[in-house]
Design a binder for this molecule. Structure first.
Ligand code: SF4
Ligand code: SF4
Length: 354
């Protein structure tokens, strides 16, 4: 489907009412966990210097909030900071908000979200009289939270959430590979006046046609995308993608379609919800190496990195813990076994990977 006829979006969006406009390219806080503080500071400073002013982190992302706080607390009026918590009760949610504020070195957070609301039962829990939303409302009354939002991987649940509570923003996976949000959720958000934040906008780093993909999601109603970035070069490339937000033509749509067919459905979005693995496997990184080996044909590069890992595909004990936690229900025991067997079959006899 070509995108011609649709309107070209602006570089900025009014994501939250009564707040500064957000550059459509925001920054997600997962990859920054991997950096030391010096490198994290540099990436964040590059982001701010490049015009990025929406930053999304989470209580669950280890030291990501603190890293954001080190740099962004100096620029508090110029940036919008979002965080989120898995807490489902009011008291726990209020405790988490206090922790977040301490980490961010700020007396308020612009947007606080219920993290990964995954089912109707989950939605009932957060909306109960003593649920997480009640705790967030109290924090909003105290000026600690400016706006209340929700995140999740199931657009259907998020549509129900918008019907039950005036969330200021919804956060959902959206990219050329994952378009479910565009059918019902984005129109529902528009009707309710809620902002739309795209998580995993480049499929956890799997989508190579990033510029085309960003154009696709912005033309289709996403307000702000929050790709994770852990290098200054990524920041520059992502912000540069906003230079052209014109609708895709047929040839460009075909390029994205070809990428979709190449990646298939079984790909990891690097959200890290499956972690930790009791066997110590770096699950999302193993998915990355699998892609480099099989999808992008960078076999030697992938093998070198595999050789440096203490635990790899063959060490999966098939306990299933990660499968239960993965929002995409990826079957790690099967994927890792198959990956290991194929790599072994690819290699010379006697040169097995240790
Ligand atoms: S199934 Fe394998 S990868 Fe997943 S948690 Fe268990 S041991 Fe780790
Ligand atoms: S395996 Fe699933 S839960 Fe783990 S990082 Fe990938 S997509 Fe996320």
């Amino acid at each position: 489907m070509a995108e011609r006829g649709r309107q070209e979006p602006r570089r900025t969006a009014r994501l939250l009412p009564d707040a500064i406009e957000a550059l459509r390219m925001g920054m997600g806080g997962i990859p920054i966990q991997r950096l030391g503080t010096g490198d994290a500071d540099r990436v964040l400073e590059k982001a701010v210097d490049s015009g990025i002013n929406f930053f999304d982190t989470a209580r669950g992302y280890t030291d990501s909030e603190s890293k954001f706080g080190r740099v962004l607390s100096r620029l508090r009026q110029k940036v919008l900071i979002a965080s989120k918590s898995f807490s489902r009760g009011a008291a726990e949610m209020r405790r988490d908000i206090e922790t977040t504020l301490g980490n961010l070195r700020s007396d308020y957070v612009d947007l606080y979200q219920c993290h990964n609301v995954a089912s109707e039962a989950d939605l009932e829990r957060i909306l109960a009289p003593d649920g997480a939303v009640a705790g967030m409302v109290r924090a909003r009354e105290q000026g600690k939270v400016r706006f209340i939002g929700i995140s999740g991987h199931k657009p259907r649940i998020l549509v129900q959430a918008l019907e039950r509570f005036p969330f200021a923003a919804v956060q959902v996976p959206a990219n050329f590979m994952e378009t479910d949000a565009m059918a019902e959720l984005i129109p529902a958000a528009r009707r309710c006046g809620a902002g739309v934040i795209a998580m995993k906008p480049v499929g956890g780093g799997n989508i190579r046609e990033t510029a085309l993909n960003f154009r696709f999601i912005f033309v289709n109603g996403v307000d702000v995308a929050i790709p994770g970035m852990d290098t200054e070069a990524q920041v520059a490339a992502n912000v540069a993608a906003l230079d052209d937000l014109s609708p895709l033509n047929e040839a460009e749509t075909a390029r994205l379609q070809a990428e979709k067919e190449r990646l298939g459905e079984r790909f990891c979005r690097r959200c890290e919800y499956c972690m930790p693995c009791p066997q110590g496997l770096p699950i999302s990184f193993l998915h990355v190496l699998r892609n480099y080996y099989f999808v992008y044909d960078l076999k030697e590069w992938a093998l070198e990195r595999l050789a440096g890992l203490a635990r790899t595909y063959r060490d999966c004990a098939a306990c299933g813990e990660c499968v239960a936690k993965c929002p995409y229900h990826l079957d790690m025991p099967a994927i890792f076994r198959e990956t290991w067997e194929k790599i072994q079959a690819d290699r010379r006899p006697g040169a097995a990977q240790d």
